[in-house]
Design a protein. Structure first.
Length: 52
């Protein structure tokens, strides 16, 4: 099913499927690094994600 989703949503949205699929495994390394950098400018990101 993953291959079908990647090929179907490959051209239109090749970034979302990649980070999510690989983010699950490297979530610990990518999460802390991205959160630390996006914490300053991403303070609004968490709020936007919680609102919707």
């Amino acid at each position: 099913m993953s291959a079908a989703d990647t090929k179907a949503a490959g051209p239109p949205v090749p970034v979302p499927p990649d980070p999510q699929a690989t983010g699950k495994s490297s979530s610990h390394d990518d999460a802390p690094r991205v959160q630390k950098r996006k914490r300053k400018k991403g303070e609004l990101l968490p709020y936007l994600l919680i609102l919707p």
